[in-house]
Design a binder for this molecule. Sequence first.
Ligand code: ADP
Length: 483
Amino acid sequence: MIESPLLEKLTGYIGGRWTDNEHGNTFDVYNPATGKVIAQVASMSEDEVNAAVASGKSALRLTSPYSIETRRKWLEDIRDALKANKEEVGRILCMEHGKPLQEAQGEVDYAAGFFDYCSKHIQALDAHTIPEKPKDCTWTVHYRPIGVTGLITPWNFPIGMIAKKLSAALAAGCPSVIKPASETPLTMIALFSLMDKHTDIPDGMVNLVMGKASVIGKVLCESPDVPMLSFTGSTEVGRKLIVDTADQVKKLALELGGNAPFIVFDDADLDAAADNLIANKFRGGGQTCVCANRIFVHEKVADAFGEKLAERVNKMTVGDGINGDVDLGPLINQAGYDKVKRHVQDALEKGATLVAGKKPEDLGNDLFFPPTVVHGVNRDMYCYQEETFGPLVPMALFRTEEEVIEAGNDTEFGLASYVFTNDAERAQRVAAGLRFGHCGWNTGTGPTPEAPFGGMKASGIGREGGLEGLFEFVEAQTVPRGF
Ligand code: ADP
């Protein structure tokens, strides 16, 4: 079992207090590197989730709002607490998610960056008077907190994803009811321990509920006291939330699946492209929605690029992330592992060739999937159609710019994309043609606190990060003043 000063309680947190879990229902949390149970965490009832919403409602202040200075202090205090406890939070994250320790600790820094960004830009949420005087009135625009928000996060960035949502919600003055994924609730509990000990956030502003998604989702979708949900996860669940909240016309911020194209032109710096692809593709074990999923390589450089990839991939180490110097940890669970295996098997059966990695029949019985590269992929293969969410690099060929833009867009998703070329004009054309919220030019880097990030098409609604993200949790209210 995991021991940590940040995990003294393994229950929910409602109205400024840890819940007592009187009914005794729990669920198990596993370390994917060892397969062992490391904690048993309270699974909350519908009544408890309702209590969390009620407690959020009691903390919402409309007529005497929390000042900008007060809200800035909450954000700064969370940032500082995360930075001061980066090693321990990162250790907990590593043990429940499996990503290498350094990467896990880096995620804590990344999370602190969102609180920092919002604290520095919160003034943008102050009211302002517009210079024009339509209808002979003086118009003031106020940014009101939308109300109690449900924040639902996935397991692939146990601290990063909540940081994006919570920083903007607190900046807006919105209370929240937070639900982490059941695979990774411990990092969230650690965050609540830090907020409990190191901040003056009022009781009821932040509430933690864990357990059955169906029970928690139902309350959050049906309660008229929750006017907004911010969700990161699968497109399938995102669609369900749209349907389940349609009656009340709730505001939804959705960051859903991706199927990122990574395009390498024949004039690109192939070493830089290969280095960037490795860093991008194997982050979090390949289990991120911005990981390159379809690698389109110009036919003139495909063999050379494949060799560069194989050379790098063959040097990668796979193992328990807690041991420090590994490049790749385990996949999150058996279902995740089986999906990657199915994608590799399907691609090989349909004519792709294995450039690096193991054949499906040679794989072991744990959750450690070797980094794998296949060549000769086409649109009939699962790995082209679906997000693999694992350490598989599927390469496909292309000949022309028009053809590769069309192929890149040949998916219902539109989250991240990447283009490698030394021709600036071509890069601008390709970026504009790709219907993706993010298009890296000669870089495989993902979202940062300073820039808006989000999806087009079935990859979602809304943006996180940047000023756009800061404004997600407010309602603009205009107050024209007549004389
Ligand atoms: P993933 O495939 O990354 O696990 P999911 O969409 O299944 O993505 O889950 C993302 C988050 O949404 C998790 O916290 C999960 O528990 C939660 N979730 C799943 N189903 C629902 C639902 N019906 N209502 C609310 N939250 C849900």
